[in-house]
Each structure stands twice: as structure tokens, then as C-alpha cells.
Ligand binder design. Structure first.
Ligand code: ADP
Ligand code: TPP
Ligand code: MG
Length: 316
């Protein structure tokens, strides 16, 4: 039996979200009432995931829910913020009970894992899309505009897995069950770098999460900070899964493919030894230099300037 209407869906699948810190009033009224931690800045961000654009139309509901929350948590990590609350705007083609059960399970399990509470949302009929707005708190924000010439540029972990996995996730390429599972894990369960962001917050001058592609996203730091970046593409940590799936193209995917949600961050020269002491798993991939002309990313392969056709995903 299908759930009947908008309010049944909310009550049955979302209203049972557990009580959480700072939630004076949660789901059910015109607004949620929230009490921010004393003295903290609130960090807020919203991202939409559209079926066919951000995930396959026929994707498993629990996996899509988890990915939708994880990519939003990634923005909190990139800002140096701790998760507090989120809202969910869900547009559904139909009130499919099985889909909704999977979706709410995946969403609420992920929310519990990362300590973030669902406090409200909106439910409408239409083409499948998922919008999540997250709020966190921080006393040491990691902005995009704090990087300076001379800083070293780091990435938090291996790149290229999610974009190499996309053809498998889209079922455009058939592989054995184990490889299919690894591909789906890379795509649907990116790890928001919240632990790393806590460790690097005292040292990083700027940070961004890699959603569109490393070279494109680092470009945002360059423009915000008024610097150029020199990136040694040969130094990028390429994910083993990307190598297995994409062979020779894996390094290009690591540089320009999105969807991995690792962090890219910068550290002043004087703080590099302290950063290295953290043994955080981050890899130095280049450095920042004065922007003689326009702030931009300059990529190098085998010591020579390298300009890929696309530096990252573009919607339009
Ligand atoms: N439609 C919009 N209205 C207002 N601000 C927007 C809109 N779309 C994007 N932004 C803002 O532009 C900046 C870049 O957006 P985006 O590339 O989506 O960031 P991210 O990769 O962190 O999700 C962010 O500060 C975001 O809040
Ligand atoms: C079905 C499908 N096709 C293609 C992609 C690749 N892709 C779509 S959007 C995107 C970039 C990230 O999405 P965006 O909406 O730009 O997120 P934001 O930068 O705002 O966090 C990528 C790599 C995908 N994830 N799923
Ligand atoms: Mg966005």
C-alpha cells in the first residue's frame, strides 16, 4: 500500500528523527527553533541532487540518501565546521513506500553516524530531486580567501575513484560483483573529511571540498585569495580503484573528475612541518605563487605545462 499524502509521508518517514542538541522545536511547525552554541559562528550551506544529473534515475534510495547528506556534510568539513542540523526538501515522482523506507533509513542512519539532526523540510511531487541544507558551528572557519603565495597545497586523500566508478554506477560497463560494489561505495559513500578538518583547522590558510574536480575547485581558492597555484599532476594521489578502472586515464580523472569530496587545502611554509607531523594522510601537490596576471591554476605533467580540456564538471 502506498503512503497516501504529503503529511503521511512526513509523519511516517521523517518526523521520528531523534531529539538533538540545540533543537528547541523540530519537525512539525512553520519553522524549526534552534539554539546555536554560545559564541560560535553558524556555517550554512545547501546542495541539490537531481536524478539523472547527480545520480542515476534508478539508484537505490538508501544509497542516494546517504550520498545527498554526505556531500552536504563535506561542505561543513571544508568550512571547518562541526555538524549540527539539516533540512530536507524532497521532490518525488510518486509516494512509493518501498523507496521512502529505503530513503529514510539511509538518511537517518547517515545522520546518526555524523551527529547531525533532521529538523525540517518540504515534500512535493515532481521529478526526483533532493535538496539538503546543513548548518554547523565553528570558531575557526576555513575560508577560501586566506591562502597566500608561498603556501603549500595539499589534498586530503586519493582522487579519481568516484569519476572512474561512474560508468559502472550508470551500468554502462559490466564488471564482477566485487568491483561493482567497490564502484558503488566510492560513488555513494564519499567520506566527508570532518576528522581531518579538525586536525588541520589550526594550520590551514584556506580549504575547499573537491566536488567538481581538483583543478576547478582549487581555482576557486586562487581567485578568492588572489594567487596562482602550481600543481604537479604527477604528485596527485590516484585512487587504486581509479587505476584499476581507468588505467592510463586515471591521473587525468584525479585532476579533473569530481564527486570524490576530498579536501584541497593550503598551509603556510612555516606550518608545513607541523602539518606533516599530523600524519593525516594528506599529500602535498604543489604550491601557491604570486598572481602576475589573472589568478589561476597551472598544472604540470612531467615538468611541462598541462592544460586538460576540462578542469572540472560544469552544469551549463
Ligand atoms: N542560486 C544561488 N543563490 C545564491 N548563492 C548561490 C547560488 N548558487 C550558488 N551560490 C553560492 O555560490 C557559491 C559557490 O557555489 P557552489 O559552487 O555550489 O559551492 P559548493 O561547491 O561549495 O557547493 C557558494 O557560496 C554558494 O552558496
Ligand atoms: C548521473 C551522474 N552523471 C554525472 C555525474 C557527475 N557530476 C554531476 S554534478 C557534478 C559536480 C558536483 O555537483 P554540483 O552540483 O556542482 O555540486 P557543488 O559543486 O555545488 O557541491 C559531477 C562531478 C554524476 N554525479 N551523476
Ligand atoms: Mg553547491
Amino acid at each position: 500500500m502506498a503512503a497516501t499524502g504529503e503529511f503521511d509521508i512526513i509523519r511516517e518517514y521523517f518526523a521520528a528523527a531523534p531529539a538533538a542538541e540545540g533543537v528547541v522545536l523540530g519537525i512539525g511547525d512553520d519553522c524549526a527553533l534552534l539554539q546555536p552554541p554560545a559564541g560560535a559562528l553558524l556555517a550554512t550551506s545547501v546542495d541539490t541532487l537531481v536524478a539523472g544529473r547527480h545520480f542515476p534515475e534508478q539508484a537505490d534510495a538508501a544509497k542516494v540518501a546517504s550520498r545527498a547528506l554526505r556531500v552536504n556534510l563535506s561542505d561543513l568539513a571544508a568550512m571547518g565546521a562541526e555538524p549540527l542540523w539539516f533540512t530536507l526538501a524532497l521532490t518525488l515522482p510518486s509516494a512509493d513506500r518501498k523507496w521512502l523506507q529505503g530513503f529514510s533509513r539511509g538518511l537517518l542512519e547517515t545522520a546518526r553516524e555524523y551527529g547531525i539532526a533532521l529538523v525540517g523540510g518540504d515534500t512535493t511531487a515532481g521529478p526526483l530531486s533532493i535538496t539538503i541544507q546543513v548548518t554547523g558551528h565553528t570558531t575557526k572557519p576555513l575560508r577560501r580567501d586566506g591562502a597566500r603565495a608561498g603556501d603549500s597545497v595539499y589534498v586530503s586523500g586519493p582522487l579519481g575513484a568516484a569519476s572512474a566508478a561512474l560508468p559502472l554506477v550508470l551500468r554502462k560497463r559490466k564488471v564482477d560483483a566485487e568491483l561493482q560494489q567497490a564502484a558503488e561505495a566510492a560513488f555513494y559513500w564519499p567520506e566527508p573529511q570532518l576528522t581531518l578538518c579538525r586536525a588541520i583547522a589550526p594550520l590551514a590558510t584556506a580549504a575547499i571540498d573537491i566536488s567538481d574536480g581538483l583543478l576547478a575547485d582549487l581555482g576557486h581558492i586562487c581567485r578568492a585569495s588572489g594567487v596562482c597555484a602550481e600543481v604537479d599532476v604527477d604528485a596527485l594521489p590516484v585512487a587504486a580503484l581509479a587505476r584499476e578502472l581507468a588505467g592510463e586515464s586515471a591521473r587525468e580523472l584525479a585532476a579533473t573528475g569530481g564527486d570524490d569530496y576530498q579536501l584541497c587545502f593550503c598551509v603556510a611554509e612555516a606550518d608545513v612541518p607541523a602539518l606533516e607531523q599530523l600524519h593525516s594522510g594528506a599529500t602535498c601537490i604543489g604550491r601557491l605563487v604570486d598572481a602576475a596576471g589573472e589568478p589561476q591554476v597551472m598544472a604540470y605533467r612531467r615538468g611541462r605545462r598541462w592544460s586538460p580540456q576540462q578542469t572540472g564538471y560544469q552544469h551549463f
